[in-house]
Design a protein around this ligand. Structure first.
Ligand SMILES: [Zn+2]
Length: 135
């Protein structure tokens, strides 16, 4: 049987609840089934951080995928540049090529930095949430 005051399990025939001391002899003082209150306590309360952490992790993963894509793109631009520059003798054309390469890399480079900052920011948020969750 269970104490209707606190929901603690009580030995059959016990006169008082061992947990809260309530009298179990009064009519209606014991329940054969654990009151709903205990059920809610028994099944862990939903962690308020869990969903936020899940969402953050998802966001971070997507940003990292995007970052990977940009890295691949930049590597392709560099590879292309290295390929052409190996055929070009002399400094001027090479410098021009380099300028073109830089110009082409500038966009992805900027995007990459933005993504890295976003990821860092989200990871800090995630860390904060995980610390709060652990408390
Ligand atoms: Zn009790």
């Amino acid at each position: 049987m269970f104490c209707t005051q606190c929901g603690a399990h009580a030995a059959d025939g016990a006169r008082f609840c061992e947990n809260c001391g309530a009298s179990l002899q009064a009519p209606g003082a014991v329940a054969q089934v654990a009151p709903a209150k205990t059920n809610r306590r028994a099944s862990k309360p939903t962690d308020p951080y869990q969903e936020q952490i899940r969402q953050l992790k998802l966001q971070i993963r997507q940003l990292k995928l995007e970052l990977k894509r940009i890295n691949t793109e930049m590597a392709a631009i560099r590879a292309q540049y290295n390929q052409t520059s190996s055929f070009v003798p002399g400094g001027l054309l090479k410098r021009l090529d380099k300028d073109i390469e830089d110009a082409r890399l500038w966009g992805p480079q900027k995007k990459k930095q933005e993504l890295q900052q976003q990821i860092m920011y989200l990871e800090q948020q995630l860390l904060g949430l995980q610390q709060q969750q652990a408390q």
